[in-house]
Design a protein around this ligand. Structure first.
Ligand code: NAP
Length: 259
């Protein structure tokens, strides 16, 4: 299917690796000019080079921390008027809530709630004026089914989800949609770190944890990041203008609800 995105521009936050990289790759495959963002310059250079070489798309990159005001200022200077915005950042650390202090909570809120809200604030009015916009926020299946050791994520992302539920209803009339994409377990560096932390807390091996997680998923496996990226590209497509204000769960069917 032609997603109708040829010639569009996308700003994809936190995209040198993992799910953000897959979103940028899938959009680039559709002829979208992408701007990549990550803190580490080397991985960012490598990501930009491989997406450009493999898709032929125009790829720009900004080494910046999207959770900071200064980082966002530089990102928006490089790409002030994107047609597509993918909000993403590293997830908060796992742990026991008894060990977290105010600064831990503020860091989680900065990265996983306030940064996407600020990026929406900076771009959504231009999208509405131009009559096209697609905003996808990478959140987590933990918004629907919380994971106890990821309490910082559960809390911060639920705040973003509540905000998006309101604002998305004010933009769709101008063909600007805002949706959240909720990953279950996808095979990325982040997932490996979460599994290692669980193994350490439970005193078992990493391999044991992987076997238990995959066994209890209805698909019997972790998600492939490109499955996530291509779903993101569809949400950004010309065909998805009536798909708005949704929390799209990609978890192999792990969430045990009917709706
Ligand atoms: P990943 O493989 O660790 O990749 C994270 C990417 O984000 C890297 O490119 C990283 O580069 C960049 N990044 C992190 N913090 C950033 C910041 N402050 N500013 C700019 N770039 C930043 O992680 P992932 O698995 O793709 O996860 C992406 C998001 O989905 C995370 O919030 C994660 O918690 C969430 N999630 C993932 C899963 C899963 O199974 N993978 C499940 C649920 C939720 P630098 O470090 O160089 O900045």
């Amino acid at each position: 299917m032609d997603l109708g995105l040829q010639g569009r521009t996308a700003l994809v936050c936190a995209s040198s690796k993992g799910l953000g990289y897959a979103c940028a790759y899938a959009l680039a495959q559709e002829g979208v000019a992408v701007t990549l963002v990550a803190r580490g310059a080397q991985a960012l250079d490598d990501a930009a080079a491989s997406i450009a070489a493999e898709t032929g798309a125009s790829v720009r990159k900004v080494a910046a921390d999207i959770s900071t005001e200064e980082g966002r200022r530089r990102v928006l200077a490089a790409c002030p008027a994107p047609d597509i915005l993918v909000n993403n950042a590293g997830g908060p650390k796992p742990g026991d809530f008894r060990d977290w202090r105010r600064d831990d909570w503020l860091a989680a809120l900065d990265a996983n709630m306030l940064a996407p809200i600020e990026m929406i604030r900076a771009t959504v009015d231009g999208m509405m004026e131009r009559g096209f916009g697609r905003i996808v926020n990478v959140t987590s299946s933990a918004v629907k089914a919380p994971i106890d050791i990821l309490g910082l994520s559960n809390g911060a992302r639920s705040g973003l989800t509540g905000f998006v539920a309101g604002v998305a209803r004010t933009t769709a009339r101008r063909n600007v949609t805002i949706n959240n994409l909720l990953p279950g377990p996808f095979a990325t560096d982040r997932l490996a770190a979460t599994l290692r932390a669980e193994a350490a807390m439970r005193g078992c091996t990493y391999e044991d944890v992987v076997a238990q997680w995959t066994a209890r998923n209805p698909a019997g496996r972790f998600g492939d990041p490109m499955e996530f990226g291509r779903t993101c590209a569809f949400l950004c497509s010309a065909h998805a203008g009536y798909l708005n204000a949704q929390n799209v769960l990609l978890d192999g069917g792990a969430f045990p609800g009917t709706f």
